[in-house]
Write a protein that binds this ligand. Structure first.
Ligand code: TYD
Ligand code: MG
Length: 477
């Protein structure tokens, strides 16, 4: 007998509770719990009824543990992905039977990206099934023709025009039986799918979670990778799809950079590769095209002779980007001093400001601090500490940092400057882009030059700030 039970799931972080709560104990979000009704059929797991010929009868064989050597490795079963930019973010191709969640704001280009990938797969003989929830099949045809598809020739691109999960899954299993070759499923978007089993609206936490789970089951049993497209909210969270994050193998975040044509795809979670890898693409009239010269992308439009601007070299996976940090320090006239930051964690800025006050004697109390990362980039790399500190100091003292000076270093609570991982690759990229001088940690710095850059070694943040501002001060008198 089927029995229904309820579970309450936080729409923000995915926390599960057996009763409704006003505030999530995990993420502290208010009013985020939604009821999720589960129809439990005895002896069957989630989505078990869909697997043709696999779940009949309540008697199951007793499972036994098996040694590692009897288990095939997933590593050699990767489907090649083009372009290379996206392949790298996925960890070098797409693992068979894996589930990838692609999250991004509406209109950022998720469907365009996946249609572009589909084109390459279809040409390589891979069957692509596009579950059309968002758009009509004719709209999808229009987009794919724009991206270079020839519907007469490229037969491997299949549109599945249904949003009812049970129908979709039945069609997918039937298709697998008829065409057992390599295949990729794209569900665009997971929020438009709905299951008869769940008593909730499409896009609700319970529907998204259930549909995602069943599609993930299909990916694993059908041996066919599945892309789930998920919309994110304005705050940038994969809310709704957040509940999917733990059941998928890879989470890709797709972001724009403040209105321009540049798009960033980063792996937020990856069971089959490193996170932090970043793909840089440009949205053109004929689809998304990888950007090769991405190192200086975030520096374009920089004048470099203004106080409050500092450049750091950050690593995103295997690539280096030079990024400009801008700071504005001004006396605060109205009560509590403001701390407004964009593109970097505000607590980190508060921490660095406290270090500058306490260890470098900068009088930042009573000042409003504004910190912004140019070009819509995000600074998570600790190596950017020094640039943030130097930008603040430069703005406070109204002395510019020379345009050809790079700052690379982590700042400790004691005000010490620490060396960072991959320093050589960072300096190399900066030298290639015309930088002449780098302020770095004194530890492990015996040489005067590295990768063609003149090194200025600092043991403390005080020294680093002096070195960063030094040349302009002496040249300007
Ligand atoms: P889309 O992939 O539909 O976004 P999403 O699926 O994330 O909602 O693309 C949105 C925008 O991209 C749309 O405004 C049109 C633009 N676009 C291009 O600039 N070039 C193209 O080749 C295509 C297909 C779309
Ligand atoms: Mg879309």
């Amino acid at each position: 007998m089927a029995k229904t039970s309820s579970l309450y799931v936080c729409g923000n972080c995915g926390q599960e509770e057996h009763r409704w709560l006003g505030q999530c104990p995990q993420c502290r979000e208010w009013n985020s719990f939604a009821e999720m009704k589960l129809a439990k059929a005895e002896g069957k797991g989630r989505g078990a009824g869909f697997r043709s010929g696999r779940s009949e009868g309540p008697t199951r064989e007793v499972v036994r543990p098996i040694p590692l050597r009897e288990i095939g490795s997933a590593r050699d079963e990767r489907l090649p992905v083009h372009p290379e930019e996206i392949s790298r973010v996925l960890g070098g191709g797409l693992v068979n039977g894996s589930v990838v969640l692609l999250g991004g704001e509406p209109g950022v280009g998720k469907s365009t990206l996946l249609t572009g990938l589909a084109l390459d797969w279809v040409r390589a003989g891979v069957r692509v099934i596009y579950v059309a929830g968002e758009e009509s099949p004719s709209q999808i045809r229009m987009r794919s023709e724009r991206l270079g598809f020839d519907p007469q020739k490229e037969e491997g691109f299949q549109i599945l025009n249904d949003v009812e999960l049970e129908q979709v899954i039945a069609a997918l299993y039937a298709d697998r039986e008829a065409h057992p070759g390599p295949c990729v499923v794209i569900a665009d978007s997971v929020q438009t799918l709905h299951s008869r089993e769940i008593d909730a609206f499409p896009g609700s936490v319970s529907q998204v979670r259930y549909c995602g789970g069943v599609l993930a089951d299909f990916a694993r049993t059908g041996g066919c990778p599945v892309f789930l497209v998920g919309h994110v909210t304005k705050s940038g969270d994969l809310a709704g799809p957040k509940v999917l994050e733990h059941m998928v193998d890879t989470v890709l975040a797709f972001e724009g950079t403040g209105g321009g044509a540049i798009r960033l795809v980063r792996a937020v979670k990856n069971r089959f590769g490193a996170t932090g890898e970043l793909a840089v693409m440009e949205m053109r009239g004929d689809g998304l095209v990888p950007v090769d010269e991405a190192g200086a992308l975030f520096l374009s439009g920089r004048r470099g002779d203004e106080p409050g601007s500092a450049v750091c070299a950050v690593r995103n996976g295997s690539r280096t980007f030079l990024i400009e940090v801008q700071a504005l320090v001004s006396p605060s006239h109205y009560g509590t001093a403001q701390r407004v930051v964009q593109g970097v964690d505000s607590k980190r800025v508060a921490l660095l400001a406290a270090i500058l006050e306490k260890r470098a004697g900068l009088d930042l109390a009573g000042c409003d601090l504004f910190v912004k990362v140019a070009g819509g980039a995000r600074l998570d790399d600790p190596a950017a500490d020094l640039a943030i500190c130097a930008a603040l100091a430069s703005s406070l003292r109204e002395i510019p940092i020379p345009a050809d000076t790079l700052l690379v270093g982590e700042v400790g609570l004691t005000g010490d400057v620490r060396d960072v991982a991959d320093r050589t690759s960072r300096l190399k990229e900066a030298a290639r882009l015309g930088f002449k001088r780098a302020v770095v940690a004194a530890a492990k710095t015996e040489r005067r030059t590295e990768q063609g850059l003149q090194l200025a070694a600092a043991a403390t943040v005080t020294e680093a700030v002096e070195l960063a501002l030094e040349r302009t001060r002496s040249s300007s008198g």
